[in-house]
Design a protein around this ligand. Structure first.
Ligand code: NAD
Ligand code: WQD
Length: 338
């Protein structure tokens, strides 16, 4: 039987791009997705890009019996765990749902790993674990947990700790925790991108909606931060670079003794106004925006020090915010034409 990579949430935004890169690198992914934030058409689009059928199972990671059938059907060599609830705001309104979902889905995977002797795991963590960083750029050694601002971030930090403890208790486990900064952009083919069901959770989808006239204005949350133009600064990393980061992590997984943590970011901070400006220039459109008060819980500045991933995984971001703005706009048109 061919060994496969189990990709949870592989029809979602980042997971679908990682699936494409997995296929391109000669691996055989098998996706589990419950379609709570994606559609089956993504599997068709992955085939259009790669020329390969994508194996996938519709089902919920909360359902341990279902998950066991997937592990029984396929010989799994490693897991990439993308599936999660990821809206920061929603996690504050309904923390129990977030703790339950994000933790139990991960517990079920760990139980299956033990039962089916799978010892390799790549985990989607987040810069949210750093909260308000004490030093910039943010390194993997920066404080975590002192200022995590929301239950979503806590679920990621808790899962990191659980993974560390479980990996340490097992023989020969290889776990890589990837802390993504702000994922942006879409696939250059125009076939994959972010398609949030309901209200978007992040800045660039709102920029796109304002440019497309679906929102009267983009609300810029605060221009009184201690930054050069007063707006918040983040590290926007192209989703294709993120996806490639997973292939690099997989490639080096055997070298990891227990658990390792890597930042996946560009190392460059970009303000909200700079992102709007880039979007307007690259796409020749206007983004109507209004400055409004700060969003509660937001921090002023966060950007990664990605040198550990460069040094140990041989990975670095190669795409720019211009690439992200162009592909995000292209994706918006492709979706409209569907
Ligand atoms: P997404 O919502 O687009 O993708 C998640 C996928 O998982 C969706 O297809 C959804 O249907 C599926 N899913 C959710 N719960 C499931 C369950 N119980 N069983 C089966 N499938 C389920 O999210 P994304 O932006 O691709 O994020 C992927 C991962 O990266 C998440 O863990 C997220 O927390 C993390 N992350 C994202 C960002 C970002 O900027 N997007 C930044 C840091 C970390
Ligand atoms: C970026 C900047 C806002 C929307 C969150 C999570 C993080 C990760 C990425 C998953 C900030 C400003 C935003 C808008 C705005 N996700 N903004 N108007 O808050 O940095 O990070 O998503 O793990 O964990 O916390 O991302 O895209 O919401 O905001 O002015 O309509 O854009 O104030 O400065 P954030 P974001």
């Amino acid at each position: 039987m061919i060994k496969k990579i189990l990709v949870t949430g592989g029809l979602g935004y980042i997971g679908s791009h990682a699936t494409v890169e997995l296929i391109k690198s000669g691996r055989t992914p098998v996706i589990v997705d419950n379609l709570s934030n994606s559609t089956p058409s993504v599997a068709t689009r992955i085939k259009q890009i790669t020329g390969h059928d994508t194996l996938w199972h519709e089902g919920d990671l909360l359902d341990l019996a279902f998950l066991k059938t997937v592990f029984s059907k396929h010989e799994i060599s490693a897991i990439m765990h993308f599936a999660a609830l990821k809206s920061v705001g929603e996690s504050t309104e309904n923390p129990l749902r977030y703790y339950l979902h994000n933790l139990v889905t991960t517990f079920n995977l760990l139980l299956c790993m033990q039962e089916f002797a799978v010892n390799k795991f790549v985990f989607s963590s987040s810069a949210a674990v750093y909260g308000e960083p004490e030093n910039l750029p943010v390194t993997e050694g920066s404080q975590v947990g002192t200022s995590v601002a929301n239950p979503y971030g806590w679920t990621k930090l808790m899962m990191e700790q659980i993974l560390r403890d479980v990996a340490a208790s097992q023989q020969n486990w290889h776990v890589t925790i990837l802390r993504y900064f702000n994922a942006v952009g879409a696939h250059p083919s125009g076939l994959l991108g972010e398609s949030p069901k309901g209200t978007p959770a992040n800045l660039l989808p709102y920029v796109v909606q304002a440019a497309a006239g679906q929102q009267e204005h983009l609300f810029v949350y605060g221009d009184d931060y201690d930054t050069p133009d007063g707006t918040g600064i983040r590290d926007y990393i192209h989703v294709v670079d993120l996806a490639r980061g997973h292939i690099a992590a997989l490639h080096h997984l055997d070298e990891i003794d227990g658990t390792a943590v890597y930042n996946l970011g560009t190392g460059r901070g970009v303000s909200v106004l700079e992102l709007i400006d880039a979007f307007q220039k690259v796409n020749g459109v206007t983004v109507p925006y209004k400055i409004v008060p700060r969003r509660p819980g937001d921090i002023a500045i966060s950007y990664a020090d990605p040198t550990k991933a460069q040094r140990e995984l041989g990975w670095e971001a190669t795409l720019t915010i211009h690439d992200a703005c162009r592909t995000a706009w292209q994706w918006e048109h492709a979706r409209k034409d569907e």
